[in-house]
Design a protein around this ligand. Structure first.
Ligand SMILES: Cc1ncc(COP(=O)(O)O)c(C=O)c1O
Length: 511
């Protein structure tokens, strides 16, 4: 039987056998990082595998699919096998890779996640808060936080977050909105959730807020889904672990080079029972994690460590790009100005916000034009803004980006103008009335109603336009006219959310 794979064998011999692994331990600039080295070493044994996955390292793969992806993808798509490791109790290559990540990101212990930052957020809440606990939650948070509350049963004490009145940018938690909440809820809250930064790269006074929460005995849980690159140093915002957060979930796939879904969960050794975190992850993660995802985390960590200089250059480039874009009539790409957005104390220079209100079109329309006419895709569009994620791979495309934006501006000034929709703010001030916890609403008898008929009812599900995935309605809250009007405007302007096409919402029956 031909179990050849000659090319791979060659590379394996030179880079990844035991010798390759030792070489990497001595000199991190050489060889493959531990998880990849382990996978390659395993593949080099040329075992005849009578085990899962069913594609049998490519032998059983659909040939066209194998040709498309390449043989090595199948060869390395391994699972928990002798000589590899176990994600739920790592002792070998996963443990080495996680220890290397802990050293780079500054944690006491790092866990690898194969279900996105979402899994990290759910685990942070499950491991630290129970049904009798209260958690301080900025109301502008990712839906995963609300889902974590459903799982843990904890009650949210929502904190207001305000948007900038003219740029339509959502702010972050203001310290002055946090401090009264730290003293007011009785019994005292168990944990504080912070989002650092938000989807737009905007960050708050993180260190001060963590210190205030710690002084009151709260555990601090930080959603750093968009900030895995912050430890490249200033001018990036301070990384959450360095700011003193107890637990941090980071989306390595969002800005670093890991495969989609791959993320980190870090702790600093300050939570009472890290064992609970392991238990939570066991509950939330697959018992057959993809080793390709895990290996991509190891590579992303290694690449980031080597590319810190490039990340510094991305920061200065991002700032310069803002100046160039703001010189194109109709655009405003805020830099330091974003500190006028409520709660903002720092921002990510690699998250480029371009406000297009001056063109007389919405961010949705601008994004659609760029996609159609220039084949440029943005990360996020809203009523007024488009957002670009920058990284070291993007320097050489500055010309394309500037040309695309210049052409968009020209198209708008010569009659291609769509009237900008009104730019409603998320209806979160005042906060919607909360009648029950997210968990109680989730488990209550439910029925589905057309959105238009749901006013005054109690929501039983999260409704979160995506991106940015910020809930406009949370389970347990009253569905008010403002929320419905916002969703209608979002939909009319071209925005989406999961379930929008159905035009319905699940409500608590009898509400
Ligand atoms: C602020 C924030 N937190 C958490 C998440 C969830 O991350 P993931 O998609 O890695 O599960 C996202 C996703 O967009 C996000 O924007």
């Amino acid at each position: 039987m031909d179990r050849g794979w000659k090319a791979l064998e060659k590379r394996t011999e030179s880079a990844a056998g035991t010798a390759g692994f030792r070489q990497f331990e001595k000199d991190p600039a050489e060889g493959w990082p531990p998880l990849v080295a382990g996978l390659l070493a395993h593949a080099a044994q040329n075992y005849l595998g009578f085990h899962v996955p069913g594609h049998k390292q490519g032998r059983g793969a659909w040939p066209a699919w194998r040709d498309l992806l390449g043989e090595e993808v199948f060869r390395l798509d391994l699972t928990e096998l002798p000589g590899l490791d176990n994600l739920q109790a790592p002792e070998g290559i996963i443990r080495s890779a996680a220890a290397a990540a802990a050293a780079v990101f500054g944690s006491q212990e790092t866990f690898f996640l194969v279900n996105g930052t979402t899994a990290g957020i759910l685990a942070m809440l499950l491991a630290t808060c129970g049904p009798r606990d209260q958690v301080l939650v900025p109301r502008v948070c990712h839906q995963a936080v609300i889902h974590g509350l459903i799982l843990s049963g904890a009650s949210p004490f929502y904190l207001p977050v305000h948007a900038h009145p003219t740029w339509g940018l959502p702010g972050v938690l203001k310290t002055e909105d946090l401090l009264p909440a730290l003293s007011s809820p009785a019994p005292p809250a168990r944990a504080l959730v912070l989002i650092h930064p938000n989807y737009y790269g905007l960050a708050g006074a993180l260190e001060a807020q963590i210190q205030s929460a710690r002084a009151k005995g709260l555990v601090t849980l930080v959603d750093e889904a968009h900030g895995a690159h912050f430890c490249a140093g200033a001018p990036y915002p301070v990384p959450a672990l360095r700011a003193g957060a107890d637990l941090v979930a980071q989306g390595a796939h969002k800005v670093l080079g890991a495969f989609t879904q791959a993320a980190f969960l870090h702790h600093r050794g300050t939570i009472p029972d890290p064992g609970k975190l392991r238990q939570a992850l066991r509950l939330l993660q697959s018992s057959s994690p993809s080793y390709l995802l895990l290996a991509s985390l190891d590579v992303a960590r290694c690449q980031f460590f080597r590319e810190k200089k490039e990340w510094e250059e991305v920061a200065s480039w991002g700032l310069e790009l803002r100046r160039k874009i703001s010189r194109i009539p109709g655009f405003f790409a805020p830099g330091e100005e974003v500190k006028e957005v409520p709660g903002v104390a720092a921002f990510d220079p690699a998250r480029l916000i371009v406000n297009v209100k001056g063109l007389g079109i919405t961010g949705f329309a601008a994004a659609a034009w760029l996609r159609r006419e220039r084949r440029i895709l943005v990360e996020l569009a809203d009523f007024q803004n488009i957002v670009f994620v920058l990284g070291p791979a993007d320097f050489k495309f500055e010309g394309d980006l500037l040309e695309g934006l210049t052409a968009l501006a020209a198209a708008c000034s010569c009659g291609g103008k769509t009237q900008a929709a009104g730019c409603p703010e998320p209806p979160l001030s005042p906060l919607p009335r909360q009648f029950m916890t997210p968990r109680a609403a989730f488990f209550a008898p439910q029925r589905e109603l057309p959105l238009a008929a749901a006013q005054g009812k109690i929501a039983a599900e999260v409704v979160a336009p995506y991106p940015p995935g910020v809930p406009i309605l949370c389970p347990g809250e009253e569905i008010n006219a403002e929320a419905l009007a916002y969703l209608a405007a979002w939909s009319e302007a071209g925005g989406v959310w999961p379930g929008r096409e159905k035009g319905t919402i699940k409500i608590v029956a009898g509400s």
